[in-house]
Design a protein around this ligand. Structure first.
Ligand code: NAD
Length: 519
């Protein structure tokens, strides 16, 4: 018997004791940095000579740890080990599998500031953003544990048929390749991996190259409980080497991926190929990019809209798939909203987030990202009017800091209005009226999140029907989905239409078996 699922509360940082606890966690984490971490395959720790360092983007010379780079042979070994382990793990009762998640959730909750502190250092999250990431990871564990128990046997849903005794059970698929991004480096891998495991699959988990440390800490929560060898394999390394191999391997049954559109498409194509010895068509669960918009009409609460625009665009430096990288404002209130949004953005504090709670925006994740974003800013100066920002923020340690950057007067078809920049760059577009604003919002290849600020019931109803995004929000920002509250995932090029944190998400990791016994 389990209590009803409840979302993990966010930390109330207005309390000095919580601030002190977070600072202490940062110090604890810093005191144990720098270790070399192995691959873990079939319960064996394997160290490779070739390693890659995970660094602090606020101070790039600061190495947080090194990780072995897996090879194609390691990838083969990991898939084959998982395949063996699956033979017994698949028959472990759902409630027993769920207990691994519940215990991991409890342990993560006890040490939540430590997990958050690692993300402050490894990817430059502010305290508030890191805290939300950890809370979401805890939620996934607690939520999927309950869903797995609910979904294991659905015989009660069948239509009675007297001559037979009936059963409908949801059984796992097999070996899952779980491939994660760096931007929600705890919540997303925890969600994908725990969904796969609790459904009875064995997992080869490939963390993102830029954030293996927090993922490593999360895997420890399962290994320390004694999850059977081979059920959860940790395969660090490059996406194009080990990632591609675990996608291609004929014993892989499904791929659970979150990341960019380009890599997602590539995985979708590779997974479609049937290799010699392969007995199934691979399933892909792909969660990809976004170019999300916040719409404001002339009836909106303009102050709330300006705040929502800035929060949606610049939370975690705009490095969220759900980031509101476009704002579409009807002309009547355009100047007013834009000037207020610029004013709010100009007050955001940029800096190394371990300096304290007062830092709103940390660094972008690495040099490559910084270069890509600066290129888009250059494009933006041709395509719109630079209203704020546009420059790096230089620090003695060479951190990858950028000002929040706002372009106004952008055309709907401009590159900065169409392509995912994945950084603190906001493109603002004027619209003739609400209908035009909605047209512009839908006029991208993505369809992940969207917001509308309006007081008009008829427009909210039109948007409810016609705003084509997986996660639609009215009179609030377009980021910050909660597990079980806002099932998350987008349409079109934002992915394969799955909904993480929803009652039916685990069905993507299972297949239904109907059994009838003639009596
Ligand atoms: P990415 O696509 O570069 O990498 C994601 C993962 O794929 C990494 O682990 C990488 O090593 C691996 N990979 C790279 N090449 C591969 C290959 N050929 N075969 C197999 N694996 C490969 O994405 P990223 O930069 O880590 O993350 C940012 C992207 O993720 C953004 O586009 C963002 O919108 C998206 N994202 C989407 C969601 C969502 O829920 N829809 C959530 C978070 C992030």
């Amino acid at each position: 018997m389990l209590p009803v699922f409840k979302n993990e509360p966010l930390t109330d940082f207005s309390k000095p004791a919580e601030q002190a606890a977070f600072s202490a966690a940062l110090e604890r984490v810093k005191s144990r940095l720098g270790a070399n971490h192995p691959l873990v395959i079939n319960g064996r720790e394997i160290y490779r000579e070739t390693t890659s360092a995970t660094i602090n983007p606020s101070r790039p010379q600061e190495v947080l740890g090194t990780f072995s780079k897996g090879t194609v042979d390691d990838a083969n070994y990991a898939v084959e080990s998982a395949y063996e382990a699956f033979k017994s793990w698949q028959h472990t009762p759902a409630d027993e599998r769920a207990r691994y998640l519940l215990k991991a959730a409890a342990e993560m909750r006890r040490r939540k500031h430590e997990f958050s502190a690692i993300m402050v250092l490894e990817v430059g999250k502010s305290w508030v953003e890191a805290d939300a990431d950890t809370a979401e990871a805890i939620d996934f564990l607690d939520y999927y544990a309950r869903q797995a128990m609910r979904l294991a046997d659905q015989s009660h849903l069948l239509t009675m048929y007297a001559p037979e005794q009936l059963q409908l059970v949801n059984i796992p698929l097999g070996v899952g390749a779980v491939i994660a991004p760096w931007n929600f480096p705890l919540a997303i891998p925890t969600g994908m991996m725990s969904a796969a495991l609790v459904s009875g699959n064995a997992v080869v988990f490939k963390p993102a190259e830029l954030s293996p440390l927090v993922a490593w800490e999360m895997c420890q929560l399962f290994w320390r409980q004694g999850i059977p060898d081979g059920v959860l394999n940790f395969l660090s390394g490059s996406g194009s080497v080990v990632g591609a191999r675990i996608v291609d391997h004929p014993l892989t049954r499904f791929i659970s991926f979150t990341g960019s559109k380009e890599v997602g498409i590539n995985i979708h194509e590779s997974a479609a190929k049937v290799h010699p010895g392969q007995k199934w068509l691979k399933r892909t669960i792909l969660e990809m990019g976004g170019k999300d918009a916040v719409l404001v009409d002339e009836t909106a609460d303009l102050e709330a809209a300006a705040v929502g625009i800035v929060q949606s665009a610049f939370g975690f430096q705009g490095q969220k798939c759900s980031a509101g990288s476009r704002a579409i404002i009807v002309r009547e209130v355009y100047d007013q909203v834009v000037s207020r949004a610029v004013e709010i953005a100009s007050k955001l504090q940029v800096g190394a987030p371990d300096a304290g709670l007062h830092i709103d925006m940390g660094p972008v994740v690495d040099q490559k990202s910084m270069g890509k974003i600066m290129n888009y800013i250059e494009v933006g100066t041709q395509e719109g009017q630079l209203l704020f920002g546009g420059s790096p923020v230089v620090t003695p340690e060479g951190g990858y800091f950028l000002q929040p950057t706002i372009f106004g007067g952008v055309d709907g078809r401009a590159r900065i209005a169409q392509e995912e920049i994945f950084g603190p760059v906001l493109a603002i577009m004027p619209a003739d009226n609400f209908e035009h604003a909605l047209f512009l919002a839908n006029d991208t290849e993505f369809g992940l999140t969207g917001a509308l600020y309006s007081m008009r019931r008829d427009r909210l109803e039109v948007a409810r029907r016609e705003y084509h995004v997986g996660n639609l929000y009215f009179n609030r920002k377009c980021t910050g989905a909660l597990v079980g509250v806002h099932p998350f995932g987008g349409f079109n090029m934002s992915g394969t239409d799955s909904k993480a944190g929803s009652p039916d998400y685990l069905m993507l990791f299972m297949q239904a078996k109907s059994i009838a016994e003639r009596l």
